[in-house]
Design a protein around this ligand. Structure first.
Ligand SMILES: Cc1cc2nc3c(=O)[nH]c(=O)nc-3n(C[C@H](O)[C@H](O)[C@H](O)COP(=O)(O)OP(=O)(O)OC[C@H]3O[C@@H](n4cnc5c(N)ncnc54)[C@H](O)[C@@H]3O)c2cc1C
Length: 509
């Protein structure tokens, strides 16, 4: 349903959502698909908070089994194939190699954990765990020869920032209003509804939005909204945990990822990334500063280089690091002593004095479980929206934009595109299909050659793609395009990036 207007001109909706990360956009999609009118504001760009700084895994979280988080692991495992089915362009299976090193967790314990992992969560398409002889298997070749036995198991990869945008697009397709660069600066209950003051971050213009219910999905800023902007009495503590990654030139040639156990109890992943790179992370530690200013420090970068070099034959050098990034997990504070042990499960806190104008705040969660979190949020709102009880969630059956092709049909999609556009570079078509799925055709349209796609900005980025991103996906700056809608920031030179920024600034005038 679309929003209405009050006599004074204020937008009126059923649900207003603060935060355009995966949780906010997932809730917006679920609510819009169930027929509610929705408004979502994001102070910056979609996915500019934690949701684009993750390890990009749709995973059960093998290590959470050690903390007995069976409910979370089971729910997350079940989500893997559901999410893969609704977005097979941006989500795909990934096999992980776990070497069994002497002196760390014993091989039998790893095998037991992986047996549970294989059987807890309704796995149908993903292959089961197998045992490897790392002295003969190709996955052992790049590693030092100090573990002979390894295990290979399944999880999935996701383009996290695109998952956010696709949820926002689907919400918009079902009537939701999504506004980026718009910040909630104040909120009060008045006559049984929320009156929100929203400030446009580009023009500083202010407006009022009225909502029957308010969702605080501000991620690391959840407490700032709760106690600053809304002044709620809800008692909940948030624990900010920083996690950093480095991106290095590709360390090996096969398509499997590694999961290494570190002697200090941390887990390090090394994952094939964007064809020519390897992603290594994370190092987790408590964080006290402003979430917007979090950066990977030299100490963290050195830690990740040293940790991965423990396992690979060829040590990683500081010069191999082409990019690093850092994000802050907005975890619910369950009093765990170590950052890596704090629960990754989500917690929802409802504040509804006199049973009206509810405020629901989201703590913690994972990208993997965002859809289930959205269902749980809508369930909590059932008493406030009588028509909602009859509406079942359909978010697991309904594909995300561009994902309307068979779950294992990605190669066929690329082949089909190559037949339609025989003069276009194959890698380019594959890149577009990975980002936009079947919607890649909207970008290519009637073009018959690369020259028909307008100006070329480097790394096969063309005017057509930029126009598509600005018209359809809320992209407003070069950074939005280079680091969130695509990862071409890894490919374009500094000069090409500066030129792109100048062209976009001109388009915006
Ligand atoms: C290092 C790291 C690795 C991770 N790896 C994984 C993984 O592999 N798999 C997985 O499933 N999960 C992973 N996670 C967890 C996952 O990334 C987070 O749980 C998830 O992204 C949180 O999303 P969110 O929507 O709650 O928060 P965010 O993405 O931070 O979104 C909140 C948004 O609210 C906006 N906002 C704040 N205040 C206002 C305001 N006043 N007005 C308007 N907007 C506002 C912010 O700008 C922000 O964009 C990882 C997390 C980290 C940090």
């Amino acid at each position: 349903m679309t929003a209405e207007k009050s006599k004074a001109g204020a937008m009126q909706v059923d649900i207003a959502i603060i935060g355009g990360g995966i949780n906010g956009c997932g809730i917006a999609r679920d609510a819009a698909l169930r027929g509610l009118s929705v408004y979502l504001c994001e102070q910056n760009d979609l996915a500019s908070g934690t949701s684009s700084w993750s390890t990009k895994l749709i995973h059960g979280g093998l290590r959470y089994l050690e903390h007995y988080e069976f409910r979370l692991v089971r729910e997350a495992l079940m989500e893997r194939e559901r999410l893969w089915r609704i977005a097979p362009h941006i989500i795909w299976p990934l096999r992980f190699v776990l070497p069994a090193h002497r002196g760390l967790r014993p091989a039998w314990l790893l095998r037991l954990g992986l047996f549970l992992y294989d059987h807890l969560g309704g796995r149908k398409l993903l292959p089961a765990t197998r045992t490897l002889d790392l002295f003969t298997d190709e996955t052992g070749q790049p590693l030092k020869r100090d573990a002979r036995i390894g295990f290979e198991y399944s999880d999935c990869w996701v383009d996290d920032a695109r998952l956010v945008v696709l949820n926002a697009m689907d919400a918009r397709n079902h009537g939701a209003t999504i506004e980026t660069r718009n910040k909630l600066i104040g909120a009060e209950r008045s006559n049984g509804v929320w009156r929100l003051t929203i400030e446009d971050q580009l023009t500083q213009a202010k407006k009022i939005v009225e909502a029957k219910a308010l969702v605080n999905a501000a991620g690391p800023w959840v407490a700032d909204i709760l106690h600053g902007k809304v002044q709620s009495n809800t008692q909940a503590r948030i624990r900010l945990v920083q996690g950093s990654h480095i991106v290095v030139r590709r360390l090996y040639n096969h398509d499997r990822a590694y999961i290494f156990q570190n002697a200090d109890g941390r887990i390090i992943f090394a994952i094939p990334y964007q064809k020519n790179f390897t992603l290594i992370g994370t190092m987790d530690r408590d964080y006290q500063g402003n979430p917007a200013e979090v950066r990977a420090t030299e100490e963290e970068i050195s830690y990740l280089i040293a940790a991965a070099s423990e396992y690979f034959q060829k040590p990683i050098q500081r010069d191999d690091v082409v990019w690093s990034y850092s994000g802050v997990r907005p975890l619910y504070d369950d009093g765990a002593s170590k950052a890596q042990e704090a629960t990754r499960d989500y917690v929802l806190k409802l504040d509804a004095p006199d049973h009206n104008a509810p405020l629901l705040s989201v703590f913690g969660g994972k990208i993997t479980t965002y859809r289930r979190l959205a269902e749980a949020v809508l369930d909590r709102f059932k008493p406030y929206f009588p028509n909602l009880s009859a509406q079942q969630t359909v978010t697991a059956d309904h594909t995300l934009p561009g994902g309307d092709f068979p779950v294992t049909g990605f190669a066929a999609l690329v082949d089909d595109m190559a037949r339609h556009y025989p003069a276009m570079n194959h890698d380019f078509l594959e890149r577009l299909c990975r980002l936009y799925g079947t919607r890649a055709r909207m970008i290519l349209g009637d073009a018959t050659s690369m020259a028909d796609l307008g100006e070329h900005f480097g790394g096969t980025l063309t005017s057509r793609e930029i126009d598509y991103l600005m018209q359809e996906e809320w992209a407003e700056t070069a950074e939005d395009i280079l680091w969130r809608r695509t990862k071409l920031g890894l490919v374009l030179t500094k000069e090409e990036q500066a030129h792109l920024a100048a062209v976009i600034a001109k388009k915006k005038q």
